[in-house]
Ligand binder design. Structure first.
Ligand SMILES: Cc1cc2nc3c(=O)[nH]c(=O)nc-3n(C[C@H](O)[C@H](O)[C@H](O)COP(=O)(O)O)c2cc1C
Length: 311
């Protein structure tokens, strides 16, 4: 595993631990918004991050949905990329050798249409010794259940989590869908089935219409809303989940600054992820880490772990 020397600014400790995964600071990048990390290497030193999560990886290559699959909305964006990726074998043979020696945590986001597919991806990744954790995207449609997302029922969330638990020996993070009535119940189901941590939120289902063309903006009609617009919903859900489970919570959804990251940590997140904001400013993550350290100094906080769940 990476050495992950803690980020210390002055006397402030920013290092955190998520279920055995040591991070130099709480900052991760969100899957699907940061490629394989390499794409950002011209803009930031990747080793300054607590870690990064590579794009959703499936057993077989996927072409994704037809265009248009992105639309701008007030303070946010809608996407229906549809998990375009070249498959886990491509990641293992082409990408992993290029990024594996970075001194930061490299996480893989695992997606699938069948439980067997998730398990097969986890088994292949388990053979790589520089992947300390996987993040399981349970917002994917389950082909055996008419396309209903695994993560929208407690039974579905538990089934996929327990199957992957048997195949994955290291830190297992289950990424929750916000498109549910009680996200705390889904989090508890994942915890009960063996998740080491939960991350939330994935995108909120939304829709936008081009009124001149009188057509939906996306080819799929509906898509996932992300960016600043979703932040208050995400903060509320992180707060509810952190009160409901004992495992560490990773917060995301609309974070675009150190201020926003601190907001999530106060609400109960042990670590955070920045997603859509990377498209606007590719240096947003490292700027946020610096701001968080300054905030700690201003507030007399010597260890960032002390503020987790203060609310
Ligand atoms: C273009 C795009 C692609 C995404 N792809 C994935 C993915 O492959 N797997 C996943 O779990 N989440 C994916 N997400 C969701 C993000 O990781 C994140 O949960 C969501 O965008 C909320 O965070 P944000 O507001 O900071 O972007 C994607 C989001 C966007 C905008």
């Amino acid at each position: 595993m990476a050495n992950c020397k803690p980020t210390t600014t002055g006397n402030v400790n920013l290092a955190v631990e998520v279920a055995g995964m040591r991070m130099k600071n709480p900052m991760l990048t969100a899957s699907g918004t940061f490629g394989f990390g390499e794409e950002f290497a011209d803009f930031i030193d990747l080793e300054q991050l607590g870690g990064f999560i590579v794009k959703g990886t499936t057993l077989e290559p996927r072409e994704g949905n037809p265009y248009p699959r992105m639309a701008e909305t007030p303070s946010g964006m809608l996407n229906a990329v549809g998990l375009q990726n070249k498959g886990v074998d491509h990641f293992i043979s082409e990408i992993y050798p290029r990024i594996k020696d970075l001194d930061t945590n490299i996480l893989v986001n695992v997606s699938g249409a069948r439980i067997e597919d998730y398990v097969a991806v986890a088994e292949k990744l388990a053979l790589l010794d520089r992947i300390p954790a996987i993040e399981v995207n349970i917002s994917c449609p389950n082909v055996k259940q008419g396309g209903m997302a695994f993560g929208t029922t407690t039974e579905g969330a538990a089934a996929v989590t327990s199957a992957i638990r048997k195949a994955w020996p290291r830190t297992l993070i289950v990424k929750l869908s916000p498109n549910v009535t009680s996200i705390a119940d889904i989090a508890k189901a994942a915890e009960g089935a063996g998740a080491d941590s939960v991350s939330l939120i994935n995108t909120l289902m939304g829709m936008a219409v081009d009124v001149e063309r009188r057509r939906p903006c996306l080819s799929t009609v509906t898509g996932g809303l992300s960016g600043a617009a979703v932040r208050p919903v995400a903060v509320r859900m992180v707060w509810q989940v952190a009160k409901a489970v004992k495992i560490p919570v990773i917060g995301l959804g609309g974070i675009s600054s150190g201020r926003d990251a601190i907001e999530f940590m106060l609400a109960g997140a042990r670590a955070v992820q920045i997603g859509t904001a990377n498209f606007i400013d590719p240096q947003v993550t490292v700027k946020a880490i610096e701001w968080m350290a300054d905030w700690c100094v201003r507030h007399g906080v010597s260890d960032i772990n002390d503020i987790v769940g203060e609310i």
